[in-house]
Design a protein around this ligand. Structure first.
Ligand SMILES: [Zn+2]
Length: 442
């Protein structure tokens, strides 16, 4: 998943042709208009290959036996995406491949099947990695949790649930989502009509990712391994991501010297040099984050120390394909720690902590009361030290949870904090805290 920082601009498209835009953005290393577009509009990129730009994209190949699709887009965009597809081609959808099991990639599958029924076509065969059904099963087991975190994750940029991923569905996974008919383990070859497809498993944002190679047109289909934002390898509210394996998949893609790259979010890319430039930059930041974090882990540092020591060069973060608008490097460092270490942050006091209310009350007592702490938090926020201000206001609100005054201060601090963050993930969590205190301050 990826988003432009100003969602109100998501549909402000100046350059119609996404390849023309990506060529300009990469050659000039600057984005003058949004690169993650959610227009539900189809562009034919080359003869018989099309992309519908949505959340997420659908990619379509014409073959003699019917259409081959990559990803179904989400529940809310599925019908619009299928409509755009049908204006381009009305033949049967022969095969649908999922790049992974995230809901913005599989949630629109019900619309594809409904379209097949309407046209009296046999529904498509659905392909995916063997971990896709395991993911969908896990979503059923953690339905409440996933609904809560997605509302919080996307709630910082869009009112209510944001992006319409789940808001009209009673369960996190829409009931009409189609599970894969055919799964594979490491790689699989498939031929449909004149189209040969090589599916490759790669871990990255998820453990169920497929990237594909189409030899005839020298095309790579990357799924979310290319997002046109900083790699989503650190999401604070979700299961383990795989930064080094992600980089390895990108490096392997580079060996193909592709001529066309089709991601699931952001712009398609044309030309081997451009493609390998972007893939190489993405791989480089991930490899560097892993190496730097592990070096400090080997040196015996605590997680908190490492979070403040490991940085990605600001020049890299300004590149239009690496901006931390969705995830951010600090969160990736945490994921690396969790992957190679464990959940404990190496602070002895945090191994078996006291109830948070007890600690907050004790600190409030020491500092002259919860109000004093909240006032100090306000002062720190005014001075620009929002990291410290948030700690203090959390202690104050925990020590005196009924205080409207403290919640008023807490709401203001998180409003300010949200406004200064670039990543959707930080904005979402801070906005949720802000709204919680706004409700309690009234
Ligand atoms: Zn996605």
């Amino acid at each position: 998943m990826g988003l432009h920082p100003k969602p109100r601009d998501l549909n402000k498209v100046f350059t119609d042709n996404p390849l023309e835009l990506s060529t300009r953005v990469i050659d000039e290393c600057a984005a003058t208009e949004p690169t993650n577009r959610v227009t539900n509009k189809l562009s034919e990129l080359t003869d018989g290959i099309a992309m519908v730009e949505s959340f997420s994209h659908m990619i379509a190949f014409k073959t003699e036996e019917g259409l081959v699709l990559f990803d179904a887009s989400g529940k809310q965009s599925g019908v619009a995406v299928v409509d755009s597809l049908r204006k381009w081609d009305t033949s049967r959808v022969h095969s649908l491949a999922y790049t992974h099991g995230h809901l913005d990639h599989v949630g629109g599958s019900g619309a594809i099947v409904a379209d097949a029924e309407k046209r009296n076509f046999v529904p498509p065969t659905v392909f995916g990695h063997e971990n896709v059904p395991k993911r969908l099963a896990r979503y059923k087991d953690t339905d409440g949790w996933n609904t809560i975190i997605n509302q919080r994750q996307f709630g910082g940029v869009s009112p209510k649930h944001g992006m319409g991923l789940t808001d009209q569905s009673p369960s996190f996974v829409p009931d009409d989502t189609v599970w894969p008919d055919v799964v594979y383990q490491d790689e699989m070859k498939l031929s449909v009509g004149n189209l040969d497809i090589q599916f490759n498993h790669g871990k990255g944002e998820t453990d169920d990712h497929t990237w594909a190679w189409i030899p005839q047109s020298r095309t790579l289909i990357t799924g979310d391994l290319v997002l046109w934002v900083f790699p989503n390898a650190g999401n604070p509210q979700k299961v383990q991501r795989y930064p080094l394996e992600w980089a390895q998949a990108l490096r392997e893609m580079m060996t193909y010297n592709a001529e066309l790259l089709l991601p699931a979010h952001g712009l398609p890319i044309e030309g081997t040099e451009r493609i390998n430039r972007v893939l190489g930059d993405l791989a480089h930041v991930l490899e560097t984050l892993v190496a730097d974090t592990i070096e400090l882990m080997n040196g015996g540092y605590q997680l908190n120390d490492i979070l403040h020591m490991v940085k990605v060069s600001p020049d890299m973060l300004e590149l239009p394909w690496l901006q931390p608008l969705y995830d951010e490097p600090e969160f990736v460092v945490r994921n690396i720690w969790r992957m190679y270490g464990g959940w404990w942050d190496a602070d002895p006091a945090s191994l078996k902590p006291s109830p948070r209310g007890d600690l907050a009350e004790e600190l409030a007592l020491l500092s002259g009361g919860a109000n004093q702490m909240a006032e100090r938090a306000e002062k720190l926020a005014e001075e620009g030290n929002l990291r410290l201000a948030c700690h203090l206001v959390e202690f104050a609100a925990t020590a005196d949870p009924k205080s409207k005054t403290i919640h008023g201060i807490r709401a203001e601090i998180y409003r300010l904090r949200r406004s200064q963050e670039s990543s959707l993930m930080s904005k979402g969590i801070y906005a949720a805290a802000m709204r919680e205190s706004e409700g309690l301050a009234e």
